[in-house]
Design a binder for this molecule. Structure first.
Ligand SMILES: Nc1ncnc2c1ncn2[C@@H]1O[C@H](COP(=O)(O)OP(=O)(O)OP(=O)(O)O)[C@@H](O)[C@H]1O
Length: 141
């Protein structure tokens, strides 16, 4: 796998979109876990491939396991990693990163940030007394 992993995630329709009948205009057709077909407004079909495509039913943990866990494992070995979300407003960037809320108690709904913090501490080996870890957290308000 290359050093850069690029994924696409589709969120489910929200209640307003369902009421509007937007389900009929969904223009994405799943091929497999790496490829989907997008039908444009001229009914032309375009095929897109990514390292992984997360469809509507994808779980927060699926996203964590594929995208973030390798980075967490590398971080413990002093290898830098970055996760960037990109998409139009309402696409689901915050949901993927934080979950429905940063203080979300339902573990299944927790996004990448709380999972990464937990994964990081779970990955530190307390048995090796020769190694010390320094963990710093900074946030841009
Ligand atoms: N995978 C998902 N499953 C369920 N709900 C989702 C999912 N992704 C997003 N949502 C919901 O869709 C709405 C918009 O998502 P979110 O706020 O994450 O978008 P955003 O890309 O961060 O938007 P903005 O750029 O405007 O901040 C929220 O109500 C969120 O809970």
């Amino acid at each position: 796998m290359s050093n850069i992993t690029v994924c696409a995630r589709f969120r489910p329709l929200n209640s307003k979109e369902k009421l509007n009948g937007d389900a009929d205009s969904v223009c994405i057709r799943c091929i497999d876990s790496e490829t989907f077909v997008f039908k444009d407004d001229k009914d032309e079909e375009l095929t897109f491939s990514f390292d992984r495509v997360f469809y509507e039913e994808s779980k927060q943990d699926d996203v964590y396991q594929f995208i973030a866990l390798p980075i967490v494992r590398d971080a413990v070995n002093a290898i830098n990693g970055t996760i960037i979300t990109y998409g139009q407003t309402g696409a689901g960037k915050t949901y993927s990163m934080e979950g429905p809320g940063i203080l979300e108690c339902d573990e299944q709904k927790q996004g990448l940030l709380p999972r990464v913090v937990k994964g990081l501490f779970d990955s530190l080996s307390p048995s090796d007394e020769e190694v010390t870890f320094s963990i710093k957290l900074s946030m841009v308000p």
